[in-house]
Design a protein around this ligand. Structure first.
Ligand code: ZN
Ligand code: ZN
Length: 814
């Protein structure tokens, strides 16, 4: 009998697979196999691998291996998202260079991945912090710069005082820094942005047909936040300035009773001058400057100052008072809004607080609503009133008519706005790709010529955060000459958001050693788009939106022939502990390597994949094997070894029932693997191995079953399967390049028999059941039979006799 010992077989196969180059993707144009790009979200090197990695990569590896066995030429690469704040903060804490810390972690993670037997093509390994990589990140930045898609502007930004850097709006969660939880404050800084807003509509349109989880598409759609409405132009009575506002409800224009500017709106100082309110308005500006941007929208909605001038409502010529108020943000819409207190709750509260009149312009049919007695805003469904030419029109159906009328009258236009903002990519930190721009007193922002890339990140930098970028303190870095005229000039000292690095890494994998371009067009043509992307749902918005944006830019540049980078997406669940997410601060991080060292990588993989559906969260506290006992899946692998070993020593053919089960299992497991139902697949393999055991114990053969079981086990427990395939079953080449087993339709067909249901010995019902239906199944089906229940007629059951799968007799108390 064959003993199963992971520590004996796993390290051996790691070496042999590597020596054989088993997982290298073939670039041979004559290779007839279709290609399959299996991509796992690359890892952040913040320590050794944690359980979340183990889960994601066990699933991703199963997908890649399954594809290879089904005849695909598979690209399954790995790399590291190696720049970024955590590395920098950890290094500062330890007093070492982030580079040192990062690359030590990368080596550690690479060793762990190898030990786990991940089927990566290691020849394509990349790290975003390698100069050979970030050279091309900089090159891509310059292409965006040339196209006007990378630009600099002074803007109020979210600033994390603890991390001493700006944060994109996307990185501010409930007013606090996404990384460290510190409340974010506001700063005015000149920053680089990518103009992702130019792509808002395309990002929406192209998302619809993607084979992605619906919730991810919904999150992206909400993030982009398209709204349709009208742009309406108001005039300031005292100065004649024209100001456009956007409204989704032009049908309420007749209910406008005030007008509000964002405090930063460029017209505000002149208007305050004209209104004689300079002192009050300046005081408000002062207060607003001290308030974090993220807090402003949620802030008590009533704060505001009268400016003393009036806006003319274009639909009825009325003059309404103008305010400045912090709740209006310059970043959204036009920085000015109209106030319709009767039909908007915030406007209602604002109007009450500032003694502004309220006018109802929509009311339910046949009802009279009175502004004086209102206690809250009314929803605006009903009939338009006090609305000039539109009195009596149904609202909101009238929106299109009102918009057309505005256009006709030259008072407005139909308009679309998006919630999406431009992508803020400047970071005032050290550990990132320098922005390849030179600031020249003569020529302004000048691109570093392509042949001078990369702009190297110097090693000898005092990288402790201090409000300005650490690179600004490095004279050798800062001082340079202008590429155009040779004048003394300075380098840009910001580094790029690491989301820029990760927006294109999967392109680099296609030709990782390309020296004259970020990727070879032919290689990308061969491999992309990605066939299957696997990663956490926490990247549903930012990372995936940025990948899609960048791909569309590359398409517009003629560099790629497709507009979406990932055809299929799968989000694995999180590994949590005791109901809470794992984190360093909670001290509940579990690492997989101790389990791998003790019981083997196959045990780790099976344990995690068997725990539940791949997309559901797993609570490690509930599924962790008892450290003092052999894990259940390890015991099972031991039984598989014994059964396959015994089967090899028998000459007898597999008995018919075992053959049928084998082929049914192949059919079902193939389907499960396609749908990421790894847990279900494993339980079916367990049923098959049990049936093998029974056949063997009965003196019969099980060779066909043994081969099929080994092949199906290969994507899930690659070491055990390889050992069985080559060493026990005696195949000359790897199980991982073998063909996935095919099933025989006739044998796989579910055989049905008739289950007779009797009540007190009389036949009452007949039910079709599978020939392998067990006692429990037959009992349940009989008890659920409507006909049998009618025959029982409420009497008590005293006995249930089951002769599965053909007979159940229900005996009553009569
Ligand atoms: Zn922070
Ligand atoms: Zn110059």
């Amino acid at each position: 009998m064959r003993r199963y010992d992971a520590s004996e077989i796993e390290p051996k196969w790691v070496e042999r697979w590597e020596a054989e180059g088993l997982y290298r993707a073939s670039e041979d144009p004559a290779d007839p196999r279709p290609r399959f790009y299996a991509l796992d979200m690359f890892s952040y090197p913040s320590g050794d691998l944690h359980m979340g990695h183990a889960e994601a990569f066990s699933g991703g590896d199963a997908v890649a291996r399954f594809a290879a066995m089904r005849g695909y030429n598979v690209l399954h690469p790995i790399g590291w998202d190696a720049f970024g704040l955590p590395a920098e903060n950890a290094a500062i804490k330890r007093g070492i260079n982030p580079k040192e810390w990062t690359y030590a972690n990368i080596e550690q993670q690479a060793r762990s991945f190898r030990r786990m037997g991940m089927s990566f093509d290691w020849t394509r390994r990349i790290s975003t912090s390698d100069p050979e990589y970030y050279r091309w990140t900089q090159w891509l930045f310059l292409r965006l710069f040339e196209r006007g898609l990378a630009y600099r502007k002074n803007a109020p930004v979210n600033w994390c005082p603890k991390d001493a850097t700006v944060l994109a709006n996307e990185q501010v969660i409930n007013g606090a820094c996404e990384r460290c939880g510190t409340p974010v404050v506001r700063r005015d800084l000149t920053q680089w942005f990518f103009k992702i807003t130019d792509y808002a509509q395309r990002l929406l349109d192209d998302a619809e047909p993607l084979d992605w989880p619906e919730r991810v598409i919904t999150m992206q759609r909400n993030w982009i936040g398209r709204s349709e409405g009208a742009g309406v132009t108001f005039e300031i009575a005292e100065t004649g300035d024209a100001v456009e506002v956007f409204t989704t409800r032009p049908d309420t224009l007749w209910g406008v009773t005030f007008f509000v500017f964002a405090p930063e709106h460029p017209l505000v100082p002149a208007l305050a001058e004209a209104g004689g309110t300079r002192t009050e308005v300046e005081a408000m500006l002062e207060a607003v400057r001290a308030t974090p941007l993220a807090n402003r929208e949620q802030e008590a909605s009533r704060g505001g100052t009268r400016v003393g001038v009036h806006a003319v409502n274009p639909v009825n010529g009325e003059n309404v008072p103008v305010f400045v108020a912090p709740y209006v943000l310059m970043e959204y819409g036009t920085g000015a809004v109209m106030g319709v207190p009767a039909h908007d709750q915030r406007d209602f509260e604002f109007a009450r607080a500032h003694d502004v009149p309220i006018r109802v312009v929509v009311q339910p049919e046949g009802e009279q609503r009175d502004a004086a007695t209102m206690t809250e805003a009314y929803d605006h469904e009903g009939v338009m009133v006090n609305s000039g030419p539109f009195d009596g029109a149904r609202s909101p159906a009238s929106i299109a008519q009102v918009t057309a009328w505005l256009e006709e009258q030259g008072k407005g236009r139909s308009a679309v706005t998006y919630r999406l903002r431009d992508w803020l990519i400047s970071r005032q930190r050290y550990w990132g790709a320098p922005i390849p721009i030179v600031h020249c007193p003569e020529h302004g922002e000048v691109a570093v010529p392509d042949d001078q890339l990369p702009v190297l990140l110097p090693d000898d930098v005092d990288f402790r955060p201090g409000g300005e970028s650490p690179l600004a303190r490095h004279e050798g870095f800062v001082n340079t000459v202008c590429p155009i005229g040779g004048e003394r000039a300075t380098r840009d000292t910001d580094t790029m958001d690491t989301f820029v690095d990760s927006a294109w890494y999967y392109y680099r994998y296609c030709s990782p050693h390309a020296e004259t371009q970020p990727f070879e067009a032919a290689a990308v043509e061969r491999w992309m788009p990605v066939d299957q992307y696997i990663g956490g749902v926490e990247h549903a918005i930012l990372h995936l939106l940025y990948c899609r944006f960048l791909t569309k830019v590359l398409f517009d540049m003629g560099m790629v022939g497709f507009t979406e980078p990932m055809l299929r997406l799968m989000n694995q669940g999180q590994v949590i502990f005791g109901g809470a997410s794992m984190s360093k601060s909670k001290g509940n991080i579990v690492e997989p390597m101790p389990l791998v060292e003790r019981w083997g990588a196959d045990t780790m993989r099976l344990n995690i994949l068997f725990a539940g559906p791949f997309e559901d969260d797993i609570d490690w506290k509930l599924i962790a094997p008892d450290p003092h006992r052999r894990p259940g899946v390890t015991t099972w692998l031991g039984r598989v070894f014994a059964a396959v070993g015994d089967a090899c020593e028998r000459d007898a053919r597999d008995p018919e029932p075992l053959r049928r089960l084998t082929h049914r299992t192949i059919r079902a497991v193939t389907d499960d693997m396609e749908r990421f139902r790894f847990n279900v697949a494993i339980s079916k393999l367990q049923v098959l191995s049990n049936a093998m055991r029974s056949a063997l114990d009965g003196g019969e053969g099980a060779r066909e079953a043994a081969a099929a079981l080994t092949l199906m086990l290969a994507p899930l427990a690659p070491f055990a399967a390889e050992e069985l395939w080559r060493e026990v079953l005696g195949n000359p080449s790897s199980v991982h390049t073998a063909d996935w087993p095919a099933f025989d339709e006739t044998l796989a067909r579910e055989e049905l028999v008739t289950l007779v249901v009797q009540v007190d010995g009389k036949v009452r019902d007949r039910i079709e059941v599978g020939a392998d239906a067990d006692e429990e199944t037959c009992r349940k089906l009989a008890l659920a039979s409507e006909k049998a229940r009618r025959a029982i007629d409420g009497r008590e059951l005293v006995q249930v006799i089951v002769r599965e799968p053909r007979l159940v007799n229900l005996v009553t108390s009569r």
